[in-house]
Design a protein around this ligand. Sequence first.
Ligand SMILES: Cc1cc2nc3c(=O)[nH]c(=O)nc-3n(C[C@H](O)[C@H](O)[C@H](O)COP(=O)(O)OP(=O)(O)OC[C@H]3O[C@@H](n4cnc5c(N)ncnc54)[C@H](O)[C@@H]3O)c2cc1C
Length: 478
Amino acid sequence: MTETLPRPQLTDRLSALLGPKGITTDAQDLAPWLTDWRGRYHGAAMAMVAPANAQELAEIVRLASETGTPIVPQGGNSGMVGGATPDSGGGALLLSTRRMNAIREIDPAARTVVAEAGVVLQTLHEAVAAQGLRFPLTLGGKGSATVGGLVSTNAGGTQVLRHGTMRALVEGVEAVLPDGSIYHGLATLKKDNRGYDIRHLLVGAEGTLGIVTAATLKLVPALIDRAVVWAGVHSPLAARELLLMLEARAGREMEGFEIVPQRCLANVLHHIPGTRAPLASAHRWHVLIEFARDNAAAPPPQELAEALMAEAFERDLVQDAAISSSESQAEAFWKLRDSISEAERAEGPAMQHDISVPVADMARFIIEAGAEVERRFPGTEVAAFGHMGDGNVHFHVAAPKGSDRATWPEHPGKEISGFVHDLVVAAGGSISAEHGIGQMKRDELGRLSDAARLMALRAIKQAFDPKGIMNPGKLVPL
Ligand SMILES: Cc1cc2nc3c(=O)[nH]c(=O)nc-3n(C[C@H](O)[C@H](O)[C@H](O)COP(=O)(O)OP(=O)(O)OC[C@H]3O[C@@H](n4cnc5c(N)ncnc54)[C@H](O)[C@@H]3O)c2cc1C
């Protein structure tokens, strides 16, 4: 049964439950949390609730379930697809996990950490580093992104090549389900065959099946040292050959392999203060490679990088390369890579696509799809950069010079995105590699999914959340 409560009565009951620290209805306090990180989506909410623990959160969800009130979970609000932004109706509760920010336990022997949903990624890194350990997932939004958001978007980042996405790093989950019950799944069981894996349903569910309250995460030993290489290459095909060579020769010591077109590097050098060209000569394409070791028996990364780059020169796979000789130089190379989006925003409007195709096909896809888009939409320029080693690039289509920032993303931007997504699907790829679906790609997911995928998505949602209160309007196509 759903009992309809007038809005003031509902917020009164929530205030009584949570106390003054746990709820706000003040428009000014709410405002920053009602717009997404990219500033594309703007919503409204009757209140923002911030429970202190899983029990309080469960009480909120029970009340929301009884009254049919939509709940939008929010962590650091750094998501890229509008997943944490409510609709403009104003009837939803925005549920912030910010107060659930305890690191419950670090177990050095088991190499695990149990962290609550609101723990910020950077804080997690620092806490486990103090115990000689490392959580091997990092991304540009690490100062805001939370454990709950990372689990719920199955986040990726720059170390997926070696350590996998969140799905590979989540060993257990605790969550409040849409009826207000608490799913206790934090135990790390190597073997567990009790049917459907609830943990893996919750990873990547974007808050549509429940609210993650804590997670058990896998750790690895802290790094001993690393070397970062910036190399100029002829083309994505040469980059692919280099990747294959390094995978065969460097194995687990290679943590990241990123591709950067000259256009992106030029934008960064132009717009981002304090950046310098990493190589003396100009190249159409660049790769950034990280070699790292966390095991004293492995070869020092610097030596490994030197030997492998010498071999790559001989095989004409790279034209020039610089190997970091200090941590600050390694950071400087990564800054060039991490500043691409910011520099691009300063340059002008662009349609951004977080896409994947099979790793073996990525080089050809970058070349052929890039040419097709530029032919079909004259004046545009494609810049595909990022996690080439994972078969995932950010395929950005920049507007012709002089385009109107306000109108271009709508027209012809939407048509361009549809065209890019069609090419991705034709290549057997995914229209969301690491950012999720949210509200931004929901309709495209519906347009481009086969009947079986749509049936499964809708049936799972209906089974968990028959009242449709958990993050409505996100992920699951109508
Ligand atoms: C500069 C920058 C660089 C980035 N780089 C990368 C990258 O390389 N790889 C990558 O994968 N992402 C990247 N991101 C995107 C973003 O950081 C990730 O999607 C991150 O996982 C979002 O975490 P959050 O806590 O900010 O979640 P939010 O933005 O608050 O929420 C994201 C989604 O998860 C849901 N959610 C949040 N918390 C919970 C919870 N406790 N339970 C259930 N659902 C919840 C929300 O409803 C929403 O649908 C980047 C972001 C920025 C700003």
